[in-house]
Design a protein around this ligand. Sequence first.
Ligand code: CTP
Ligand code: MG
Length: 218
Amino acid sequence: MARSAALIPAAGRGERLGLGPKAFLPLGKHSLLKHVLLAFEGEVDELWVAVSEDMLAEVEAHLLKGTRVIVGGKARQETVYRLLKASSADVVLIHDAARPFLTKTLIAQCLEAAEQFAAITVARAVADTLMTKSKGEIIDRSSLLAVQTPQGFKRDLILKAHEQALEQAVEATDDAALVRLLGHTVQTVEGNPWLNKITTPEDYALAKALEMSWQHAH
Ligand code: CTP
Ligand code: MG
């Protein structure tokens, strides 16, 4: 059986939300980071978290037994690259700490798809009408998907993609995009609104309001 790992970038400063690192923020009974770890518990062989240096002391209270911690980089891409080098798993699922509403069912689906296709991302259809900022032109939303996480990869492939990105000074907020630059296709796994990233104060307020119904439904 292929060895699997969850890689959780949590080293961001949460500047747009303005309440410190998002990983430590409470949501119901747990922090965002702990919600994510609890979802991955039992589904993967290794749990890896990357935090910033000044988060190292506080992170201990948010970990599960066996979770491994490293120091992340200045940008998310650098953080993920460090996580990829730290783990030796065959298949990795990369998931933002800022997306706490994650199910074990989705994780299992992503793992299976990642083993089969070598590169997958969770993504969902866009519901709003989309237009360009500059000219107000409407973009056909049926051709678009909003990218979420988890994203899953054979580790060899995503490591190669990150190394090429480094060489070519390509920066992306999305790991699957780096694999696509290698000429490799990325399969999609159906996402959902629960997986939207908590980015702004409004997103956090919504997440807190939704947490009760999440507990009932899962
Ligand atoms: N992240 C990381 N290392 C960085 C930057 C971001 O591990 N140097 C992580 C964040 O902790 C988060 C995920 O990447 O789990 C998505 O990033 P984002 O939503 O942008 O979080 P922050 O960078 O913390 O927020 P902001 O951009 O508002 O400062
Ligand atoms: Mg950021």
